[in-house]
Design a protein around this ligand. Structure first.
Ligand code: NAD
Length: 513
């Protein structure tokens, strides 16, 4: 298993086999991890396969005990977990606490409790005459070895988080975290070992894209979270290997504000959920459509709230509201979207610039006079920006909300709840909220996934969120039976005539007269 090697802050030159991990808020190097090759991944896979039957044999109760211990471990080690996440992502202390630590702890408890329920044998009833009197059972068996490949924006929630249901189902797991944020995953491996997870059941394969590709070549199923472009490659390779792939990809989530909305609530949501985690959330609000009568009022509120955001190097609880960007090239993407919007006639009401100090920064930014010819309204920006567009009415807003290759989440703000729900049902997205945003993700009972191919294939959470880590097995148990069934050889004309009448009766019903 990979281990973190502490590094001197200035030590940037490392061997080609090691990856330097940077604190993106300060530019300091905070550790090194191995850049694993295919042979090292194959070794992890061999150990994981050997360990899996024992883990499966522990049963739901045995596995739940380990998961519940890990739930407590997360609380006992909360500061260390938050600090590790914050230092390798640059995110605010509270962003790591609310959206990562809390999610991880909840997920351990949730899957410990619900794996048995979601994966229980199902008694099946059939209309087939051939199986009358027999027992039919649908059973979920762990698929074996699951590969989880994750992004850098939520190293605990969106990388490690998907390992929890895979483990609860009885699988071994190899996690390939982002090369930018591997330290959290390694800390989770340490915690799981302390909590009694049998050796080999969980492994972290640190490395870049080729390490992810090597994981993909070893596992029985892949759970991928990341960009749409990489997701497509992962899907192609999974298809070549004929293994199932669950793909959680990009988003460009729209928010619609109708004229009758609680504007203060809508403005608070618009700012918080576009700037939260420096805008690097797959389901962050990425574009906003506001009905004309309340547009000016909404802009004034949103601009004032955005100007009040404290951005800086996170240094413990309450120190900043928004931290740095995590992925260095993301600053260029955000800058390109803002420049493109400006060049095409948009105005910047606040922010608009990249940071010049150490680390990777972009100011919280509000853009107006935007349209769908601009990159900021079509491509995933994944930064602390919110472009806001005035619309004539709800119909225009719905049409624009649906005018995207993405469809992850969306939100509608209105005091007319039934109208809000009716509009929500017309948005093509994996999840739509009315007078809320993002918190649907914390309901682990509720499926979460792409509503359009650009945002992915498959779901996490809910029954489907653990069944995907299993193969279905159908069992048919015959207890009372003759030596020879009626339909067997030798065929004879009398029985065939009887069967013909029975077929007609079953499929046409009784004759009318
Ligand atoms: P990315 O696609 O660049 O990388 C994701 C992971 O894939 C990394 O671990 C990377 O090393 C690995 N990888 C790269 N090439 C690979 C290959 N050929 N085979 C296998 N693995 C390979 O994504 P990112 O930049 O790390 O993450 C940001 C993206 O993730 C955004 O688009 C965001 O919307 C998306 N995301 C989606 C969700 C969701 O639930 N839908 C959640 C979080 C992030």
């Amino acid at each position: 298993m990979a281990t973190a090697v502490p590094a001197a802050p200035s030590e940037r030159q490392v061997s080609p086999e090691m990856i330097a991990v940077e604190n993106p808020a300060t530019g300091e190097i905070i550790g090194h991890v191995p850049d694993m090759d295919a042979a090292q991944v194959a070794d992890l896979a061999q150990r994981a396969r050997a360990a899996q039957p024992g883990w499966e044999a522990l049963g739901y109760d045995g596995r739940a005990r380990v998961l519940r211990r890990m739930q407590r471990w997360l609380m006992d080690n909360a500061d260390r977990v938050i600090t590790t996440i914050s230092s390798e992502t640059g995110k605010a202390y509270e962003d790591a606490q609310i959206a990562e630590l809390a999610y991880g702890a909840q997920a351990f408890g949730f899957w410990a409790k619900n794996a048995r329920k979601y994966l229980a044998d199902e008694k099946i009833r059939s209309s087939s005459v051939f199986v009358k009197g027999k027992r039919l059972i649908l059973r979920y068996r762990p698929i074996g070895l699951v590969g989880v490949i994750g992004p850098w924006n939520y190293p605990l929630t969106n990388s490690f988080g998907d390992c929890i249901p895979a483990l609860a189902a009885g699988n071994s797991v190899i996690l390939k975290p982002s090369e930018y944020t591997p330290l959290t995953s390694m800390l989770m491996a340490e915690g799981l070992a302390e909590c009694g997870l049998p050796d080999g059941v969980f492994a972290v394969a640190t490395g870049r894209g080729p390490t992810g590709a090597a994981v993909l070549d070893e596992v029985d199923m892949v759970m991928f979270t990341g960009s749409t472009a990489t997701g497509r490659k992962v899907g192609v390779r999974a298809a070549e290997r004929l293994i199932p792939a669950s793909l959680e990809l990009g988003g460009k989530d729209p928010m619609i504000v109708l004229a009758d909305a609680d504007l203060e609530r809508a403005a608070n949501h618009a700012v918080y959920y576009s700037m939260f985690n420096a805008g690097q959330t797959c389901i962050s609000i990425e574009r906003c459509y506001v009905e004309a009568p309340v547009y000016d009022d909404f802009l004034a509120r949103v601009t004032a709230k955005t100007r009040a955001i404290r951005q800086g190097v996170p240094n413990g609880p309450g120190s900043v509201d928004v931290g740095s960007l995590t992925f260095p090239p993301q600053v260029d993407t955000v800058e390109r979207h803002v420049a493109d919007a400006r060049n095409r006639g948009a105005r910047v009401l606040t922010g608009g610039h990249r940071g010049r100090d150490h680390g990777h920064w972009f100011e919280p930014t509000i853009l107006v006079d935007v349209d769908h010819d601009m990159a900021c309204m079509r491509e995933e920006t994944f930064g602390p920006t919110l472009p806001i567009m005035k619309v004539a009415d709800a119909e225009e807003a719905i049409a624009l909300a649906n005018d995207s290759e993405y469809g992850l989440c969306a939100s509608v703000f209105t005091r007319n709840i039934s109208r809000g729900e009716a509009l929500a049902r017309r948005i093509t997205a994996g999840a739509v909220t009315v007078n809320d945003a993002l918190v649907n993700y914390t309901a682990l009972e509720l499926p979460m996934g792409g509503g359009k191919p650009g945002s992915g294939v498959g779901y996490r959470h809910g029954a489907g969120g653990i069944r995907k880590y299993c193969r279905q097995q159908s069992l048919l148990i015959s207890r009372f039976h003759p030596h020879r069934d009626m339909h067997m050889h030798p065929y004879n004309a009398r029985r065939t005539r009887l069967f013909t009448r029975a077929l007609a009766l079953l499929n046409r019903g009784l004759p009318n007269k």
